[in-house]
Design a protein around this ligand. Structure first.
Ligand code: HEC
Length: 276
């Protein structure tokens, strides 16, 4: 009797799991297609950013997206740091000075505006979320986390591989693949708020960018696809400015562990050699 109860409990559990799985699958099916996987220079254990691409992505952000999206975790000086877009200190200073930054209070107790400095963070386009909602009808999420906050699940069991540096695994670019697909996913000319890839398809951001919108000076194509690639890469950097450092450290740690394992093995052999 006890055995059968246990058994039926197990099968109940299994059935519940299966049901949950198919409910998930059904939800995926009616929401949005999976974004295609793109080739990124920063993917994989040895990946690194393409500096000119980050510079172009920043240009797209600055000229188009920054009208609505804030970039709160990035300061101007980050743009000159290693592993980033690689602007010079001089360029960063000049850039910061073009912005007005709120500071204060001064001796009279008043807030005032002054030209930006390299250490300032990017000023936000709206004073707060309510102001953004009042102006746009929806709140544009902060740019600096989007590449990590958005994504889709590859589902069990593939997502188990995503953290591993092996073929078929090591997939950590869901977020940027989604953003790239989203920017290219405005498929209905008559409805600028219809997007193939946005869950539910009705997005509060009307198609933000089209061919020719940004004037690249390095000869790269002035196409929506190129803008989408570049700005997605830039967003990956804003979400993880230390990505290159992390990958290098990870590799060193793996190499160290490998050497250590070898040493331990030979030590063990030597220590136990006379024991029998
Ligand atoms: C006119 C204002 C505006 C501009 C310009 C703009 N956005 Fe948005 N964006 C929004 C709003 C509003 C939302 C929130 C939409 C929603 O939740 O329905 C949003 C949401 C997003 C999202 C998140 C979508 C999701 O899954 O929740 C991404 C990614 C994005 N924008 C990227 C960009 C990029 C890249 C650019 C520049 C090429 C850009 N946006 C320019 C207003 C704007």
């Amino acid at each position: 009797m006890i055995r059968t109860t246990k058994l039926s409990l197990v099968s109940l559990g299994l059935a519940a799991l299966l049901a949950a799985g198919s409910a998930q699958a059904a939800e995926d099916a009616h929401s949005a297609p999976k974004p295609a996987r793109q080739a990124w220079t920063f993917a994989g254990p040895f990946g690194s950013f393409d500096q000119p691409q980050l510079q172009r992505g920043f240009q797209v952000y600055r000229e188009v997206c920054s009208n609505c999206h804030s970039l709160q975790r990035i300061a101007f000086r980050n743009l000159a740091e290693e592993g980033g877009p690689g602007f010079s200190e001089g360029q960063v200073k000049a850039l910061a000075a073009e912005y007005k930054v709120k500071d204060g209070p001064n001796d009279a107790g008043d807030m005032f505006e002054r030209p930006g400095r390299a250490s300032d963070r990017f000023p936000s386009p709206f004073a707060n979320e309510s102001a953004a909602r009042a102006a746009l009808g929806a709140v544009p999420p902060d740019f600096s986390v989007l590449a990590k906050a958005r994504g889709y699940s590859r589902g069990f069991p593939l997502f188990l591989l995503d953290g591993l540096p092996i073929p078929g695994g090591g997939y950590q670019e869901h977020g940027v693949d989604y953003i790239y697909a989203l920017l290219n996913g405005y498929s209905k000319d008559e409805d600028p708020n219809y997007n193939d890839y946005f869950p539910g398809h009705k997005i509060g951001m009307a198609k933000p960018i089209a061919d020719g919108a940004v004037d690249y000076t390095d000869g790269s194509p002035k196409t929506l696809q190129q803008y989408a690639r570049d700005v997605s890469a830039f967003m990956m950097w804003t979400a993880e400015p230390k990505l290159e450092e992390r990958k290098k450290t990870g590799f060193r740690v793996m190499a160290f562990l490998l050497v250590l394992a070898g040493l331990l093995y030979y030590t063990k052999k030597k220590v136990w050699a006379d024991a029998h």
